[in-house]
Ligand binder design. Structure first.
Ligand code: ADP
Length: 461
């Protein structure tokens, strides 16, 4: 039964069954045609013999009318045959003849006993029949019935030879078909073995290994390509995961070190209340940073595993952006925030979104502009007619070398400065994941000294 679980054996068994069925059909047809042919030959021999001897054993028929055509078929070759000659001739050919007429029953050759017991009845048309291993022809003349027959032994012996030949040819074709099928199937399935071997190697830890199939059939080549692409993604995911874990532990180590160092220093000797207050404040700042980072990490993990539940509703984008600008403008008095809406349609711009999260995205971007730019920097939030949200500032900007990386996790242009301000370099990663979770995009353009611009597009409802 194990064979049925293997593709190779299933294919081979099906092929063998089909081949055997086709061969059996063809061989049966051929066998029957041969048998029909031999029987027809025997019938012709019986008829010819009967026609030849009939003038000698049957009374002449009524003379044909002058206008009717002569019946050439029954012209005897030797009408003058004697009874003994007929006996000898029929015996030598293994043919028997029984005639029942006014002169009674007459037998020629070795007539089977069963036939003598049942005197044949007259027939309107000549009849051919197979009976007890004999082929017979019954022919009636006025007041006379003749039965001529011959044993089928010869036909049976010839058919047995034909059958043996057919069985031999059939087995030979079946075996060669099976062998050819085996070679073809084994060759076709060879790439699958290569694929599973490579997959095992990769599972064993060699993540950079890939399936190499140069001469595989199209279907398997595309399977290998798909698998290789999946391995690439997995490899990338594993690398990202490793980097992420390393970065996260590195980032968390700093505030933990601050807490430990401050506490150890404070405990070394008796301190004034003012000094204890300073230590506690430093520990509190470090604790807050850890809390923010832990929350950001949790949020990113949820977004990555699609576990973040977005409660989406269809709402007016203008109102959501205006609300976020109001909240953002409260962050700093020294960074004025302006809102400019070009949306003029009477129906408004409707987007299927989690409005809390979109609010969070816009306030995060305003907070970044406040956090990373000096006092007096202006921030402008615009909403275009097609629902694009643009958050720009005229601050320090981001240089070209940093621009492609700012959405990466833990990436900061000025790490020490950003860390001091409490940033872990996760804000833009979360913003990007949230926009992607809404089916939108976020891009940025910037020139050092000329501010930074973030462009968000969201699919309209
Ligand atoms: P964080 O703000 O915690 O440092 P983010 O992921 O929010 O991390 O931002 C990544 C980096 O992008 C920041 O460190 C900052 O240097 C830079 N950045 C983001 N927004 C702006 C901005 N509006 N102007 C200048 N630099 C910015």
């Amino acid at each position: 039964m194990k064979a049925f679980h293997s593709i190779k054996w299933r294919l081979l068994i099906w092929q063998a069954v089909l081949l055997a069925a086709v061969l059996a059909t063809l061989m049966t047809l051929h066998y029957q045609a041969q048998k029909r042919d031999l029987t027809a030959k025997l019938d012709a021999e019986l008829q010819e013999t009967l026609m030849a001897v009939m003038p000698a054993i049957a009374p002449p028929q009524a003379a044909p009318r002058p206008d009717s055509k002569p019946r050439a078929r029954i012209t005897p070759r030797r009408p003058e045959w004697s009874t003994n000659e007929i006996q000898a001739e029929l015996k030598s050919r293994g043919i028997y003849l029984l005639s029942a007429g006014p002169a009674g029953l007459q037998q020629y050759g070795d007539v089977p006993a069963a036939l003598i017991r049942q005197t044949p009845r007259p027939v309107k048309q000549p009849v051919q029949r197979t009976r007890d291993g004999y082929r017979e022809r019954i022919h009636s003349r006025p007041q006379m019935v003749m039965v001529i027959g011959k044993s089928l032994d010869e036909v049976t012996a010839k058919m047995a030879t034909v059958l043996h030949k057919l069985i031999f040819i059939g087995i030979a074709v079946l075996i060669s078909g099976f062998l050819v099928g085996w070679i073809i199937v084994t060759r076709s399935l060879r790439p699958i073995r290569a694929i599973s071997r490579t997959a095992e190697t990769i599972a064993g830890g060699e993540h950079h290994k890939r399936i190499e199939l140069s001469d595989a059939p199209d279907e398997l080549a595309s399977l290998a390509q798909t698998l290789n692409e999946s391995f690439d993604h997995l490899d990338e995911a594993i690398e990202t995961q490793k980097r992420f874990t390393a970065d996260a532990s590195h980032e968390l180590r700093t505030p933990v070190a601050v807490v430990i160092t401050q506490a150890e220093a404070a405990l070394k000797k008796e301190r004034s209340a003012e000094e204890y207050k300073g230590v506690l404040e430093a520990c509190l700042r470090a604790g807050r940073r850890m809390k923010t980072m832990a929350e950001s990490l949790l949020e990113l993990t949820r977004l990555d595993s699609r576990g973040a539940v977005l409660s989406k509703t269809t709402c007016d984008l203008n109102a959501v952006v205006a609300g976020a600008v109001d909240s953002g403008s409260l962050l700093s008095e020294k960074h004025p925030v302006r809102f400019q809406s070009l949306e003029t349609g009477p129906a408004g711009l409707h987007v299927h979104m989690d409005k809390e999260r979109i609010h969070q995205v816009i306030t995060n971007l305003i907070a970044n502009a406040v956090q990373h730019n000096p006092d007096g920097c202006e921030i402008c939030v615009s909403l275009t007619k097609d629902g694009t949200i643009i958050i720009s500032d005229n601050g320090i900007g981001i240089s070209a070398e940093h621009l492609p990386h700012i959405f990466e996790r833990f990436y900061r242009v000025d790490a020490s400065r950003s860390r001091e301000q409490g940033g872990a370099g996760l804000g833009l990663s979360i913003v990007q994941r949230l926009i992607e979770a809404h089916g939108g995009t976020i891009t940025t353009v910037s020139k050092p000294g000329h501010g930074a611009t973030f462009v968000i597009t969201l699919p309209l409802a």
